[in-house]
Design a protein around this ligand. Structure first.
Ligand code: COA
Length: 372
């Protein structure tokens, strides 16, 4: 058996940003418009009026202050409320491939590795732009990578599940280098017209380069252990899919976008994740005290505070559990990798840390790493 190491990471951040105040102004304008259009039905009590959103609520409930998006104009238009990403010709790079390649090139540059020396590209994300050909294969071709590629989707846990998949192939010896790429265009599956969730997501792409841990003469993180777990739940769900036409249901339905029972998710996922991390650490003989840093999934600040407290048995110092969700919002599978990419270079050789993501499925994935 070989060993695997993380030798580079990359983050693509869109240039357009939306603050909570801007988001709430657009939502409230939409609500006013909708209420005016439905005034008669509201007056008879047939439908309820749409209440306004509030920036204070958003910050208090989530810790999110702003989010980056690929297209701001479409989703800030009160009469539209979703991004405008025009259809591209089939021979032009797709949106996911384009942002994934940017992140992947940054990861390769950080590690000083040529794309041609990569044997595997996994596009691991919550949604795929099309059914086939795989986005991973398109990224492989645009990069000039070798070997093979495929797509996988485990929602918010896609990155850690992708890292385990790549690390397993490196350990088995079937590949030497792998790129796990997470292009997350969450703005396209978020329902911006629903105040319960319109603040949750942002867009980003991340990439993680894994290599066989053999003769590496550059800074890297040893992958000490990986662990994935799933448990079926409908509390985070998106019903969009290829059978839609067969259901005679082509209209714009609410359940084609992100749906969640937020309170239940909060209550059920926290114990699942805390126990998963505790068991993983115990089985590997790694004490929580010896962890220098936790890079957690970035969905909600209160959730992260809770998990950090449970894992460490005390309130973590900000430096022990860095959050990026205030700037990026929830970016699905990419969140823990953004935190890792932006807050890991200062670790000293021998320092250990844990990357953990969790979400729909339910799913939870953890990666124990050590700075070399
Ligand atoms: N502005 C103002 N008020 C709002 C609002 C908004 N944008 N959205 C909801 N509210 C209101 C609700 O209508 C509700 O009012 P009520 O008490 O009169 O019924 C009240 O605020 C509380 O709403 P609730 O949805 O229960 O809020 P919450 O405290 O559970 O926070 C989440 C919402 C989504 C932040 C929280 O449930 C959560 O973190 N869930 C899981 C984590 C997650 O985000 N997962 C994503 C996938 S991994």
């Amino acid at each position: 058996m070989h060993k695997a190491a993380i030798t580079g990471t990359g983050v693509f951040t869109p240039s357009q940003v939306i603050t909570n105040d801007e988001l709430v102004a657009a939502f409230n304008a939409h609500a006013d418009l909708w209420n005016a259009q439905n005034a008669d039905a509201i007056a008879t009590g047939a439908v309820a009026a749409k209440p306004h959103s509030s920036a204070d609520f958003i910050l208090a409930a989530s810790g999110i202050e702003q989010r980056y998006v690929l297209d701001k104009s479409g989703l800030m238009d009160p009469a539209r409320m979703f991004p405008r990403l025009p259809q591209r010709p089939d021979d032009a790079p797709g949106y996911m491939a384009e942002i994934g390649v940017d992140a992947a090139q940054k990861a390769l540059a950080a590690a000083g590795v040529n794309a041609a020396d990569v044997d595997l590209v996994i596009c691991a994300a919550s949604n795929m732009e099309r059914a086939y050909p795989a986005i991973g294969v398109e990224i492989q071709q645009l990069l000039g990578a070798g070997g093979f590629a495929f797509d996988m989707n485990v929602a918010c846990s896609s990155a850690t599940f992708g890292i385990q998949t790549a690390a397993d192939m490196i350990r088995a010896g079937s590949i030497r280098r792998a790129l796990v790429v997470n292009p997350e265009i969450c703005s396209a599956h978020l329902e911006w017209r629903d105040r319960d969730c319109h603040f949750i997501f942002g867009d980003v792409a991340t990439a993680t380069l894994l290599e066989r841990d053999e003769g590496l003469d550059k800074p890297h993180f040893k992958v000490l252990s990986t662990r994935c777990a799933t448990q079926f739940s409908n509390n985070i769900r998106n019903n969009n899919g290829y059978l839609r036409r067969t259901h005679d249901a082509m209209d714009d339905r609410r359940d084609m976008q992100f749906m969640q029972n937020g309170r239940k998710v909060f209550k059920e996922v926290l114990p699942l994740v805390s126990q998963h991390i505790a068991d993983h650490l115990a089985d590997e003989g790694v004490s929580a005290d010896s962890l220098r840093r936790l890079w957690l999934h970035q969905a909600n600040k209160t959730m992260n505070d809770y998990i950090g407290r449970k894992v460490l048995g005390r309130v973590p110092a900000p430096d022990e559990q860095p959050n990026i969700l205030q700037d990026y919002a929830n970016t699905s599978s990419a969140g823990s990798i953004i935190a890792f990419a932006k807050h890991s270079v200062d670790l000293a050789p021998g320092d250990k840390g844990l990357i953990c993501s969790f979400g729909a499925g339910y799913s939870v994935g953890s990666v124990i790493v050590e700075r070399a």
